[in-house]
Design a protein around this ligand. Structure first.
Ligand SMILES: Cc1cc2nc3c(=O)[nH]c(=O)nc-3n(C[C@H](O)[C@H](O)[C@H](O)COP(=O)(O)OP(=O)(O)OC[C@H]3O[C@@H](n4cnc5c(N)ncnc54)[C@H](O)[C@@H]3O)c2cc1C
Ligand code: FES
Ligand code: FES
Length: 1377
């Protein structure tokens, strides 16, 4: 340790507690770059902290961090993301993980039990993080001074409960049940609003409901801060080990001397940290040896409120700053200051999510903006209020305006931001003058998620002092400050030219127009930035929103909010602005889910099948005790792998090296194609073969080239990032990077004709019957990433005699086993693949998971050591391939009535470089496309081979795209005929006859065709026609917000599969069930368990409930149960259930004679007695079977329909889903709670595809949306505000498994209703724009003939509504005056 360190620091150990357990780490144990997550997962038994993203964007890793303040004798509790929190900064802290809240040994917490009972956990990967978020909200609400809540409830409010989880991602549930579980604790909840659960029955009183909820005890729910830690509380631990230093200076002087020493001794780079959340964005590859933690320097943690303003220390967290800025009564500030502070605080609440704001500092944010051009919100909103920053460079202290600070060159590394001051301000009123004056301050941000956890496309803050002459008709801006940021400029700017133009003039429409034109030339994103024009138009929209209520015109430009009375105009300004942002002239809606209804009946014919039995393992998922592949403790000597992939689309691989040193820390081996003992296979199946590693050539950007193996996953990931690949492209053809190029070069996959779907009817005849035709219209669709919360992972452990045990997160263990065996050149019986549960999959762990498992197996085989790989989110996103993009050209003929007579499609599917499962795509496209009666359907589907990542299955592969194609054609026909689109849909729904014509035997019996009934029922239950009229009224009166509504049907064909099952009864009567199907969150095990209880229950009338508790479904093991097949296509649950039912039949038959004999002897018979006797009389109590579906009934159709209503903000392009109503036919649901979860979850995932999830690539085809920062799956604040689902659950379907139907995929297709409703709203916006244009002589009569891209993200929607709509409107206003 150096001189300064020995003088200034107290060498000590790091002491903290996890779930009350003391951890004391000596200096030599700690690498200061270790995150809390790494420590918890590798050094403790607490595996509930999951790694979902590693960048603060998902919430899977959240813990509760408690700090004790000895002076106040208070404990501060807040959530933080453990993936970004550095361990060394936690001296004296207490950490609570989900296991610490409650667990199977000490008892579950009511949060965990309610998550289970509200069916709020599917795969369970997000659940521990969700539970910690709610727990923290409860703990903090209970500390508040609010009045005592009703008995059994907490002090939490419904809004707080929802906000608590707004930053957590869940890919399975669709959030509604999670929100209900959280809201069940809120004092102000209406029990009626809480959704379907297994606690109470419909119609029970509130008191009864309350009594059935797992009791919440307010007194025993708080975490106890360990007493032993209170003794340990010191400012922070200075640590030094193995050449590392972690400094925790407690004064400015100590900090100066540390910095000085580092500079003079020219030590390795030093990292200054507060919350370390910046690592989420800037994933520095550099390894720092020295860290300085600023949290313990009093000057950096100050909060000073005095008459001159509020000074906030740079190390103060954003959450603390919000709290301080919201404290209205402290400081005695004038109203203007309070307005500023409150609005800044409100805006700050949209930065990241609570768990990032709780540790991220204000200073860290500003320093990132200053040094690295981070698109900061704080910098933009503090710019117009003349904020001052205090900085220190060496021994020098400086005060700068924020503008100087941001505009200067990046500060040198030793520069420290000390504090930020927001000056107080007061409006100067001239009492003698003939004017009223007003102070105005507003902030704005347009981001994909309204509540935060998304960087803005653009943010802005405007401050103005306005005076209104009492005898003239207009407002004059005396002061005006306009700042804009986050639009890919170097830093936020003040639009001074616009300010100068506006100041001192009476605001008129003309002046506003002039200002906006000038602004367009000022806010210009730098070259090459996506959505550049959109960003500029946002600036215009925000300025318009700010100033328009001040413009006094007879035309009432902001929707009639100005009433001509200037003084009241100013008085009402704030409410007008609020109305502007809440919805001009619109009904206000809440940001979060406001209500939901579930109309569901349980089945009673096959008990306990049909009951909403809670998901197997839900509580241990909630406590984090459920074991995922990466939670399996690492075997001794375990090594870790990370993939090195190509960044070039087609290139010869010459060599791989590492920068700067070779090999990087901890690296043991580099495994590539030359290390494969058998065949180079990443997966092999009936679908085709994909290689494991590129041989001589990389075929696409993202192609696996090698696996770098190191001593830890972190070192392996770092090494993979440091890999440099030497490419050679000489004499190579250019890569094929589009389907058009594939066509030009004749690059297609050829699959056996067996897989080709059949053409339907006579296309030429249909066209001849048509009154109108649309010829060769085009649609393009992009990809979608699965975004399972657990990325692909595997652990391979070599065993004796060349055997290998592989734990894999795969949907298809059988194929994984086969692939590994062939790759290693071993017989398949040497390879045991074990899969217990997946943290989501959605098709992404179909064939892709096999390659990860195989890569581990090859490395483990070569090195003869266990090898594990947990693919990091970025690599996973780059290699995943995702959903198939496609280009569709269609020709359609139709009658004047809208009845379609013929449809022809040419589809070019981008399959990427290898076949994967693309062979199924033509069949799935056509299967789903046939949902309408097209008269005749003709198609040519080409599977293009490109130099892009091979696409794979993704929930409803091809079917989702087909649903969109079908609706686009219907919309096109409707707009061509100028007929209501819903009429065209209704006319083209199948009759039973046309259904048979299109689907043949899959059509089933006439009574099974429920779609027409669903279609009508939904119109009534959703008040479709009344709301359509109300929307028309709304749209007539609202200029800047438009609404749309849409009703769409779903009809999807699925196919039952062969499935094995095995049921064994143990001596004590407990039952073990094995099935081929994998539980990925879809509730397969739960349904299987119910069927096992039902099936074995047949031996003994009644008693099935009791048997349910005795059944355990166990992990899939390819050497125990063979022919496991594929889990996918929505029907594996049914098939597995049927296999289990058949096994139970066998066992019941074997037991029946014994049972009858014993009954005769004993009168009554307990299950345990029967089984014991069966053991003693050697009855074979293990039965296995392979269910093979009848060919005639293996295919069947699923039906449903949805109505969605949306509202589009024309200034920002934001779409809010106001309401969705779904009716879905589940036959007789095996478990309505599970099926409801599938319906809601699938629907929300579909919303992601249609509205949010942009998955772009660079010009090489390398995926650029490679993390939570750029890939935006839906969050709680983006799902429908009202979400109503009805499950039809009534009929006997003879040929189905216990009369059930599938629910996993078809509901996903219904999300197209949101897209169609958005299009309808945009049509209204375009009609209005056409009207404004028409005045200018540019008539836009083409308002309905346009295509809305997928996903319809904000920039797309805004573009379709008119990027220049504000300008056009102002021109029109000026022209008509
Ligand atoms: C998931 C996520 C989403 C986010 N979304 C947004 C958003 O929408 N809008 C927005 O504005 N921000 C957003 N942020 C950024 C967030 O506000 C910052 O990461 C946070 O404020 C940084 O504070 P910190 O204490 O963690 O800084 P650290 O990570 O500890 O430090 C960040 C950088 O600043 C330096 N530094 C820190 N403090 C000082 C100081 N006092 N003097 C000199 N150098 C210093 C560090 O050396 C480092 O280089 C997001 C962050 C995350 C992780
Ligand atoms: S893993 Fe930490 S927030 Fe995603
Ligand atoms: S249950 Fe939330 S991600 Fe699976």
């Amino acid at each position: 340790m150096g001189e300064v360190a020995s003088e200034e620091t107290r060498k000590q150990s790091l002491v903290f507690a996890v779930n009350g357990v003391k951890f004391e780490l000596s200096e030599s144990d700690i690498d200061p770059s270790t995150t809390l997550l790494e420590f918890l997962r590798s050094q403790t038994p607490f595996k509930s902290v999951k790694l979902g993203c590693g960048e603060g964007g998902c919430g899977a890793c959240i813990v509760l961090l408690s700090k004790y303040d000895p002076v106040l004798d208070q404990v501060e509790d807040s959530t933080v993301s453990s993936c970004l929190t550095l361990l060394c900064g936690l001296n004296g802290c207490s950490i609570t993980t989900a296991e610490g809240i409650g667990n199977s040994k000490d008892g579950f917490h009511p949060i965990q039990e309610r998550f289970a009972g509200f069916h709020a956990s599917q795969c369970g990967f997000c659940t521990p993080g969700m539970c910690v978020s709610v727990f923290s909200a409860l703990v903090n609400a209970e500390k508040s001074k609010r009045s005592e809540p009703r008995p059994g409830f907490s002090k939490l409010t419904v809004t707080e409960a929802e906000k608590a989880i707004a930053g957590n991602l869940c890919r399975c549930t669709g959030y509604r049940p999670i929100a209900d579980a959280c809201k069940s604790f809120a004092a102000d909840v209406d029990m009626e609003d809480l959704g379907y659960n297994s606690f109470w029955k419909k119609g029970e009183s509130d008191e009864e409901k309350m009594s059935r909820l797992p009791a919440y005890d307010r007194n025993s729910s708080s975490p106890k801060f360990p007493e032993f830690l209170k003794m340990e509380i010191k400012a922070g631990a200075d640590l030094a080990a193995k050449g590392y230093h972690w400094y925790s200076p407690t004064s400015i002087e100590k900090l100066q001397s540390i910095l000085q020493k580092n500079e003079t001794e020219n030590e390795t780079p030093m990292k200054i940290v507060v919350g370390n959340t910046g690592m989420g964005y800037y994933k520095e590859l550099e390894h720092y040896d020295n860290y300085v933690d600023l949290k313990h320097i009093p000057e950096l943690s100050i909060i000073v409120k005095d008459q001159t303003g509020i000074e906030i220390g740079a190390a103060v967290t954003i959450s603390k700053a919000i709290e301080v800025l919201k404290q209205e009564n402290v400081g005695g500030f004038p109203l203007e200051s309070k307005t500023v502070f409150k609005k800044i605080a409100d805006h700050m609440e949209k930065i990241a999510s609570g768990f990032v704001r709780n540790s991220g500092s204000v200073g860290g944010n500003l320093m990132m903006a200053q040094r690295k051009q981070f698109p900061s919100d704080i910098a933009t909103i503090l710019l117009p209020v003349d904020a001052i920053v205090n900085i220190m460079i060496g021994q020098k202290f400086e005060k700068l305006t924020l503008e100087e600070f941001l505009g200067g060159p990046p500060l040198e590394s030793r520069a420290i931001l000390l504090s930020i001051k927001i000056p107080s301000r007061e409006l100067t009123k001239d009492i003698s003058s003939e004017t009223d004056t007003k102070f105005l301050f507003e902030t704005y941000r347009a981001a994909p998620r309204p509540l935060g956890n998304a960087l803005p496309y653009l943010n802005a803050a405007f401050l103005a002092e306005v005076s209104l002459s009492r005898n003239s008709t207009g407002a004059t801006l005396n002061t005006c400050r306009l700042s804009f940021g986050a639009y890919a400029s170097k830093h936020p700017i003040r639009a001074r030219n616009v300010e100068e133009l506006l100041i001192g003039k009476v605001l008129s429409v003309g002046l506003l127009y002039e200002a906006i034109k000038l602004l367009e030339t000022t806010v210009i994103p730098k070259d090459g930035i996506s959505h550049a024009a959109y960003k500029s138009s946002l600036a215009v929209g925000f300025l318009f929103e700010f100033l328009s209520p001040l413009v006094n015109t007879p035309d009432q430009i902001s929707d009639g909010l100005c009433n001509g009375d200037n003084s009241s105009m100013l008085k009402d300004y704030n409410s007008k602005i609020k109305e502007n942002s809440d919805g001009l002239n619109g009904t206000k809606f809440q940001t979060l889910l406001s209500s939901s209804k579930q109309n569901i009946q349980s089945g009673h014919d096959y008990p306990p099948v049909g009951k909403p039995v809670t998901k197997v393992g839900a509580t241990i998922q909630a406590s984090g005790e459920a074991v995922f592949v990466d939670d399996i403790p690492a075997p001794q000597n375990c090594l870790y792998g990370a993939f090195i992939y190509s960044t070039e689309p087609l290139a010869r691989i010459k060599s791989i090296s590492f920068k700067p040193r070779s090999p990087p820390v901890g690296v043991t081996a580099l495994i590539s194609v030359k290390d494969i003992p058998g065949k180079n296979l990443g997966c092999t199946s009936i679908f085709g073969e994909d290689p494991l590693y590129a041989d001589e050539f990389a075929q696409f950007a993202g192609d696996r080239i090698a696996l770098v193996v190191a001593d830890t996953q972190k070192n392996a990931d770092l090494a993979a990032n440091l890999a440099m690949i030497d490419y050679d492209k000489e004499n190579l053809n250019p890569p094929i990077l589009s389907v058009e190029e594939a066509v030009e070069r004749g690059s297609f996959f050829q699959f056996p004709p067996f897989f080709d779907p059949e053409q339907v009817g006579d296309f030429s005849k249909g066209m001849a019957e048509a009154d109108c035709q649309i010829l060769s219209a085009e649609i393009k669709l992009g990809s979608q990433y699965h975004f399972y919360m657990e990325t692909n992972t595997a652990l391979a452990v070599p065993d004796e005699d060349s055997n290998m045990v592989v734990y894999s997160s795969t949907q298809i263990p059988e194929i994984t086993q086969e692939t590994i065996a062939q790759c290693l050149g071993l017989p398949a019986n040497n390879i045991r693949v074990i899969t217990r549960r997946l943290g989501g999959s959605f098709g992404g762990k179909f064939l892709k998971a096999a390659s990860v498992a195989t890569a581990c197996a090859v490395a483990a085989y070569k090195l003869q050591r266990p090898v594990r790989t947990y693919v990091n989110r970025k690599a996973d996103m780059i290699m995943a391939g995702g959903r198939h993009p496609m280009k569709i050209t269609y020709t359609v003929g139709f009658k004047d009535s809208g009845k379609i007579t013929a449809l022809k499609l040419d589809v070019l599917v981008d399959a990427g470089a290898f076949p994967d499962a693309s062979i199924v795509i033509p069949g799935t496209i056509v299967g789903s496309l046939k949902k309408y009666d097209w008269g005749a359907l003709n198609f040519d589907i080409k599977i293009c081979k490109t130099n892009l990542p091979n696409r794979t299955t993704m929930r409803a592969p091809g079917e989702l795209q087909a649903a969109f194609i079908a609706e686009t054609i219907i919309e096109h026909v409707a707009s061509t005929l100028s007929v209501e689109v819903d009429t065209v849909r209704s006319i083209n729904l199948h009759t039973y006859n046309s259904l048979q014509f299109f689907y043949k035997s899959a059509a089933g019996e006439p009574m099974e065709y429920t779609l027409p009934a669903i279609w009508d029922k939904l119109a009534t239950s959703s008040s479709f026609y009344q709301r359509t009229e109300m929307i028309q009224d709304f749209n007539r009166s609202s200029k800047w917000r438009k609404r749309g509504i849409s009703r769409v049907p779903v009809l999807q064909e699925v196919s039952l599969k062969t499935a094995p099952g095995k049921v064994s009864i143990l001596r004590d009567g407990s039952i073990v069930v094995e099935v081929g199907g994998i539980d990925m969150g879809q509730g397969l095990w739960t349904k299987v368990k119910q069927v096992a209880a039902y099936g074995l229950g047949l031996i003994k009338r009644g008693g099935t409930e009791e048997l349910l508790e005795k059944v355990r479904v166990i992990q899939s093991d390819t050497l125990s149960l063979i022919q496991g097949g594929i889990t996918g296509g929505s029907t594996t649950s049914e098939s597995s259930c049927e296999a289990v039912r058949l096994c139970c039949n066998i066992l019941v038959e074997r037991l029946t004679s014994l049972k009858e004999k014993l009954m005769e002897q004993m009168g009554t018979l307990e299950w345990e007695t029967l089984i014991l006797q069966a053991y003693q009389t050697s009855v074979n109590l293990s039965a296995s079977t392979l269910f093979i579906p009848e060919p005639a009934s293996m295919n069947y159709l699923n039906y449903g329909a949805a109505v969605s209503e949306v509202e589009v903000n024309l200034l920002t392009g934001e779409t809010t889903i106001l309401r969705s109503d779904i009716i879905y036919d589940c036959g007789q649901s095996l478990n309505p709670a599970v099926d409801l979860g599938q319906i809601e979850g699938a629907y929300v995932q579909g919303i992601g595809f249609f509205m949010f999830e942009e998955y772009p690539t660079n010009s090489n085809g390398l995926v650029t949306a490679n993390g939570t920062w750029s890939y935006k799956v839906p969050t709680l604040d983006t799902i429908p505000k009202q979400f109503n689902v009805e499950i039809l659950n009534s009929r006997h379907l003879q040929k189905h498994v216990l009369s059930s139907k599938a629910s996993g995929e078809p509901p996903l297709l219904l999300a197209v209703s949101v897209h169609c409703a958005t299009r309808a709203a945009i049509v209204e916006a375009r009609k209005q724009l056409g009207f404004w244009n028409g005045w200018n002589g540019v008539d836009d009569s083409n308002s309905t003939a346009f295509q809305l891209e997928v996903p319809a993200i904000m920039p797309v929607v805004k573009e379709r509504c008119g990027l220049d709509s504000v300008e056009k409107f102002l021109q029109w206003t000026m022209g008509t005056k």
